[in-house]
Design a protein around this ligand. Structure first.
Ligand SMILES: *Cc1c(COP(=O)(O)O)cnc(C)c1O
Length: 399
């Protein structure tokens, strides 16, 4: 019989009842170190007092009014995001897929609005993940996710990552723009090369195309800069955000600059919940922390500490792990043993990591993770690696 809760996920048999900082406790009292952060989402950790207070206070005043009225919290959030990014304007929604859906619509509308309506196609990359709606699934292009859902939404061309010849070859009379994750998250912490991002910017300028970046996972401080593209010194024309933007409260955003931003005028796009007072209060509280002049430097330092520890781990356990990927606190361990084996050992040691493509386990602690907790996580990883090695040896002996 089907469970009442639709089984769209293969869930671990763990139910958490409370969290504090980077730690979670199950209903039966076991403690786990959360290096998954709810898929790079609980950016301020669990039960962060500033975030909790902001949400509680806003909920006690007014939660939702709809976008038929002014929302001062949204106006403030948009102004702060514009002030701290390449963008001139922001649209708020409720998830990463919805942000990308809006980003795709914005690209197409901007082309139509400048007399180039035949340009509706978007170049995307192999290994990408952009969401689970019909259009964002087509942008994702993963056959496994598309199977059984009818005709694939038209308008997306896929090319290999970091291959400029393939990008140039894919540009045609119907191309509107390019959509890229600066670091592929679900795909296995696969980074676009700095030069590749610069070349994409140049080719978009050359052909009058729109450069879109999906920073749903890599944005909002995750890599030690507010947005991952800042590392490459190039800016997109439009960017999607979600995951960490409101610290675990569901929210997404599209940030765009002119002359692209102006095309989603009244009546062309909308959302009932998007950017409501409660979500914006949560996101403003997250920004209070992220925009502190000291904060992103701490993310960078903590990321370097974790990364250095992982490099040592991989060197010591080359039979278990293959390589470290990523930057800041968006890190991944490419495993030599099957991901499932390693993850089971991590869970047995009390550490939560998250599977990604290419047999990578993502390690993405809250951005507020304490240095002592990074060290605790590294100890758990060493113990888990010894467990994997012992069970691999036992497996060999049994053969
Ligand atoms: C998670 C993710 C999405 C989808 O976000 P949802 O909130 O699950 O819809 C889109 N793009 C990237 C890069 C993501 O990591």
């Amino acid at each position: 019989m089907i469970p009442a809760l639709m089984p769209t996920y293969n869930r671990a048999d763990l139910a958490f009842e409370r969290g504090e900082g980077s730690w979670l406790w199950t209903v039966d009292g076991r403690r786990f170190l959360d290096f998954g952060a709810g898929i790079a989402t609980s950016s301020l950790g669990h039960a962060n007092p500033h975030l909790v207070r902001a949400i509680a206070e806003q909920a006690g005043r007014v939660m939702h009014v709809s976008n038929l009225y002014r929302v001062p919290q949204a106006e403030m959030l948009a102004a702060r995001l514009v002030e701290s990014s390449f963008a001139d304007s922001a649209f708020f929604c409720n998830s990463g897929a919805e942000a990308n859906e809006g980003l795709i619509k914005m690209m197409r509308k901007a082309m139509a609005g400048t007399g180039r309506g035949e340009r509706y196609r978007i170049i995307c990359f192999e290994g990408a993940f952009h969401g689970r709606t019909l259009a964002t699934l087509a942008a994702t292009g993963n056959a496994k996710y598309l199977d059984g859902f009818g005709p694939v939404v038209d308008g997306f061309d896929h090319v290999p990552l970091n291959n400029m010849n393939a990008v140039r070859a894919a540009i045609g009379p119907h191309t509107a723009g390019i959509l890229i994750e600066p670091i592929q998250g679900e795909g296995g912490i696969r980074a676009a090369e700095t030069q590749f991002l610069r070349d994409l910017r140049a080719v978009c300028d050359e052909f009058g195309l729109i450069l879109g970046m999906d920073e749903v996972q890599s944005g909002m401080g995750r890599t030690g800069r507010l947005f991952a593209h800042e590392h490459a010194g190039v800016a997109p024309d439009v960017m999607s955000l979600a995951k960490g933007i409101a610290g675990g409260f569901p929210m997404g955003a599209i940030l765009a600059r002119e002359p692209v931003a102006r095309h989603l005028v009244a009546g062309t796009h909308g959302t009932t919940f998007g950017g409501n007072p409660l979500a914006c209060a949560a996101a403003n509280a997250v920004l209070d922390v992220l925009l502190d002049p000291e904060f992103l430097g701490t993310v960078e330092r903590k990321g370097a500490r974790l990364r250095a520890g992982l490099v040592t781990l991989v060197a010591e356990f080359a039979d278990v792990f293959e390589a470290v990927r990523g930057m800041g606190l968006l890190l991944g361990l490419k495993c030599r043993l099957p991901q499932a084996t390693v993850n089971a050992a991590l869970l047995a040691e009390g550490l939560l990591g998250i599977n990604a493509g290419e047999n990578v386990i993502r390690l993405m602690p809250p951005l507020t993770v304490a240095e002592a907790d990074i060290d605790a996580g590294l100890d758990m990883l060493h113990r888990a690696a010894r467990r994997c090695r012992a069970s691999a040896a036992a497996g060999l002996a049994a053969q």
